[in-house]
Design a protein. Structure first.
Length: 348
């Protein structure tokens, strides 16, 4: 599997020293209407932003309405990528107690600051799971573009719609048991994609009630002792969509005191956007280090699990090479500063 262009460019520019934005001046206004303004990154004086934990269907519909009413573009990668970045937001707390304050903070940021923040979320998650974020690249490439004012309005509108519908309530809990309640990526994708497009693709995501029932049937009403008590099982979903079946299985496992990390999870999906959603969900639901997602035609190519794990090994090796190079560069820079300081003292 070839590495995505976005991941390749990302690794080429990663810097061991993180750049920080200049602090806003006292005269800056947090509600500046300039779509290109990036002066207010990190503002602390932000207004209260009302949020509520709404159903997945409501969240997806709110996101779609916000995108089409504010932007009108037929692109779906931007609204889907926004929900994905918010779902991946690294701040996790017990009971998602941060959700309200963090939602107010994010909602107050100007559009270009939001785009930069979403790019940073992608980069940080890539360093944790480069294989999954390589698959998720199609819904994050837009963060590298110079978006026009109409698209920037869409970014702000979708961000606020997703936050208002409680995206951080669903995905901000430290405990993964409470992050598997819902498949937000499925609800988002199916709502932003026109009905005719879904019909043309033959793409219909299985309702969560059905996948929950199937998961309970798989494990058995009284627990199958072989499946329940022994780890190391492999599960392969040949038409995974955004991974709804595995969400239900992981949720049922945790309800029974079992650990999804002990099993292998392979999701195969033909549509790149749906596969990107599955890759994001794999991180959000914490399916574990043995969970992989691969884009491919199951009918034509069969079982792609071998390719998926080869891709994982390749990307992890590449990530480790970058980390080692960054550590060496940072050590060299520190040594150079120490040497300069020493020679300056001697010269004095």
């Amino acid at each position: 599997m070839a590495q995505s262009d976005l991941a390749a460019r990302l690794t080429a520019v990663l810097n061991p020293v993180r750049q920080t934005a200049p602090a806003p001046s006292d005269t800056d206004s947090a509600d500046c209407g300039d779509l290109g303004c990036a002066r207010h990154a990190g503002v602390s004086d932000f207004p209260h932003f009302p949020i509520a934990r709404r159903s997945g269907a409501d969240l997806g519909e709110s996101v779609a309405n916000a995108w089409y009413s504010s932007c009108g573009s037929s692109r779906i990668d931007i609204p889907v990528g926004i929900v994905a970045a918010l779902a991946l937001w690294p701040a996790k707390t017990e009971g998602a107690v941060h959700a309200r304050s963090l939602s107010s903070y994010i909602a107050a940021q100007p559009p270009r600051v939001l785009v930069k923040g979403y790019a940073d979320v992608y980069a940080a998650t890539w360093m944790l799971r480069p294989d999954l974020m390589d698959v998720a690249a199609p819904i994050f490439r837009w963060t590298e573009e110079d978006l026009d004012p109409q698209e920037l309005r869409g970014v702000a509108a979708v961000t606020r719609a997703a936050l208002r519908a409680g995206v951080l309530h669903y995905t901000g809990d430290r405990d993964p048991r409470f992050r598997t309640d819902i498949d937000l990526m499925s609800w988002t994708i199916t709502n932003v994609r026109h009905h005719s497009s879904r019909k043309g693709l033959g793409e219909y995501h299985t309702p969560p009630e059905i996948t929950d029932l199937m998961a309970r049937m798989l494990w058995g009403a009284t627990d199958n002792p072989h499946v329940a008590k022994n780890g190391g099982h492999s599960f392969n979903e040949p038409t995974a969509g955004t991974g709804g079946m595995f969400r239900s299985m992981a949720q049922d496992m945790r309800d029974r005191g079992l650990n999804p990390h002990e099993h292998k999870w392979v999701m195969q999906e033909l549509n790149p956007i749906a596969a990107a959603g599955a890759a994001v969900n794999t991180v959000v639901w914490d399916l574990g280090p043995k969970a992989v997602v691969v884009v491919g035609d199951t009918l034509a190519e069969g079982d792609l699990s071998r390719e998926a794990y080869a891709h994982q090994r390749e990307l992890f090796a590449h990530r480790d090479t970058i980390r080692n190079a960054a550590a060496f560069a940072l050590a060299t820079r520190r040594a150079s500063r120490m040497l300069n300081a020493l020679t300056s003292d001697l010269a004095a």
